[in-house]
Design a protein around this ligand. Structure first.
Ligand SMILES: [Zn+2]
Length: 362
């Protein structure tokens, strides 16, 4: 493998070497003999194998075996300073151009073991089931398409109406009256013909309606309008299929997203386990019963809808690429309009007897 140094600057300070890659931090490495500085110098000349670096360092008077160089490269890799030079691009000019920003973004997560190109390939090999092409779903579809997720199945049973326009930017005036998923699928095909997209214009009235849709998908994302228990149906269907679920939405003054990692995290049904009994004669019981009965008009508007959709898309990307662990698994992440949208985490309680978690395949 040829190794390449990421964008870095370094300078010796006494026996130390100061190295900056990400402007947010500087590494201070003990380098009394200047060996690390010499390795960085050689890497800075361009992509090189450990064998070539060993020869170059030895010629400079630093006796460095290939094994020594590999150790040094592993050290630099652990700091996120090097990556696989031959996998920074996909290797096809059109695809590299199309994914230029995705590849650049993944540069922050790439190393000697997982490359930028590999992260993009994982997305291209993925199939995401998107439930709902409304407020959050509209921006979710756009984000997933931008990332280059290879296959999307879009599910909704609604037609485009003028009241959607404050937050659903997949749709145009000329589309009023058309099926949302048909137009959403058309948008994806126009945007990137390389994405395989299927529109399912279907009303979901229980977990059984989701059964055929969750086969062969890698993540279920988004949420369903309508029935109060719709999220629990989706939770059950995703657990039964053994695939992660990522969803989000808005209450009156909070944006919320969450995810369920089947067999690993608590789920939405677990979350119900320590709610107060709505029939209980207590303030908590009455408040819970009243809250369940509230029918909030959907207050999502453009900036809120885009935010929810993009947070859900980012969590989906974590599951699909493995750049980092899912951040909302088994918890509700809340962005509160009353505190400037600073996120807080509320873990779901774990219910060891959860009937939904018992369905998880893995
Ligand atoms: Zn559960």
């Amino acid at each position: 493998m040829r190794v390449i140094l990421k964008e870095c600057a370094w300078e010796a300070l006494g026996d130390d070497l100061i190295v900056v890659h990400d402007p947010r931090e500087a590494f201070t490495l003990a380098d009394p003999e200047g060996r690390i500085a010499a390795l960085l110098d050689e890497l800075g000349r361009g992509p090189a194998t450990a064998e070539k670096l060993s020869a170059a360092l030895t010629a400079r008077g630093f006796a460095a075996t290939v094994a020594d160089v590999r150790d040094g490269l592993d050290g630099l890799d652990s700091l996120g300073l090097v990556e696989n030079a031959d996998e920074r691009w996909l290797g096809a000019p059109d695809a590299d151009e199309r994914h230029f920003s995705n590849l650049t973004f993944f540069g922050s997560f790439a190393g000697l073991h997982t490359s930028r190109a590999e992260f993009v390939r994982r997305l291209r090999d993925s199939h995401v089931l998107v439930l709902g092409a409304g407020g959050g779903g509209s921006s979710l579809v756009q984000c997933l398409a931008g990332l280059g997720v290879g296959a999307l199945t879009l599910v909704d049973r609604d037609d485009i109406a003028p009241r959607n326009f404050a937050r659903q930017f997949l749709y145009r005036h000329v589309d009023i009256g058309r099926s949302k998923v048909d137009r959403a699928a058309e948008w994806v095909r126009e945007y990137d013909p390389g994405i395989e997209v299927r529109a399912v214009d279907r009303w979901i009235s229980g977990p059984e309606d989701l059964k055929d849709l969750t086969e062969d998908v890698h993540v279920v994302a988004g949420g369903l309008d309508g029935a109060p228990d719709a999220n629990l149906w989706v939770n059950e269907a995703a657990l039964r299929a053994g695939v992660p679920l990522v969803a989000g939405g808005m209450t009156r003054t909070q944006l919320i997203y969450f995810s369920v990692d089947p067999g690993k995290s608590a789920c939405l049904r677990c979350d119900e386990s320590d709610l107060p009994d709505p029939d209980e004669h207590s303030s908590a019981g009455v408040a819970h019963r009243l809250t369940r009965g509230l029918r909030l008009a959907n207050g999502l508007t453009g900036p809120m809808a885009m935010q929810v959709g993009s947070l859900v898309a980012y969590e989906v990307m974590r599951y699909l690429t493995g750049i980092e662990p899912p951040r909302a698994a088994g918890s509700r992440v809340i962005l509160d309009l009353r505190n400037g949208l600073i996120p807080t985490w509320e873990p779901f309680p774990r219910d060891p007897d959860c009937p939904a978690c018992a369905l998880a395949r893995r």
